[in-house]
Design a protein. Structure first.
Length: 160
């Protein structure tokens, strides 16, 4: 039976993304995301909160896009797979688990004048900036994936 290795997270960056390049020129970006859960303690009535930190890595064009548009505190949706590696330090074996990005979505609106809100879907998708309604479409034509007569969805139309 085949297994499933899939992770979906929504959180905030704990530090600015760090980009580097392999000897072959492939971009690699690393950053961390914090996810939090909160609850009320039933015995004391106090509000409790727990934060988990997740190490994220992305490769290629997605790495360059993430590094360009994200910074510490930025909200982001990340989808990927878990990957564990090990290394030796002072005679002891240490394990590190990271999430390798396959898809992502910027959250929280536009980050700058370039329109930092967009998404990437690996496996043939590509980075997609939302239609800003700038009128680049000629009259009578529709954008790919849209049916005739529908106006493009604007950022103000999205309820979150």
């Amino acid at each position: 039976m085949a297994g499933l290795n899939k992770v979906m997270l929504i959180g905030n960056l704990g530090r600015d993304p760090e980009i580097r390049y392999t000897q072959q020129g492939l971009a690699v970006v690393n950053f961390s995301i914090a996810t939090s859960e909160s609850w009320t303690d039933k015995t004391t009535g106090d509000r409790q909160e727990k934060t988990e930190w997740h190490n994220i890595v992305a490769f290629g064009k997605p790495a360059e896009i993430l590094e360009k548009y994200l910074s510490k505190g930025s909200p982001v949706y990340v989808e990927g797979r878990l990957q564990t590696s090990n290394y030796e330090k002072e005679g002891q074996t240490h394990y590190a688990t990271k999430i390798v990005v396959s898809n992502f979505q910027f959250l929280g609106g536009k980050q700058d004048s370039q329109g930092g809100s967009g998404q990437y879907q690996g496996g043939g998708g590509g980075y997609q900036k939302p239609d800003t309604g700038s009128g680049n479409q000629s009259q009578g034509q529709t954008a790919p994936g849209m049916t005739g007569g529908q106006a493009p969805i604007q950022d103000d139309d999205i309820p979150f």
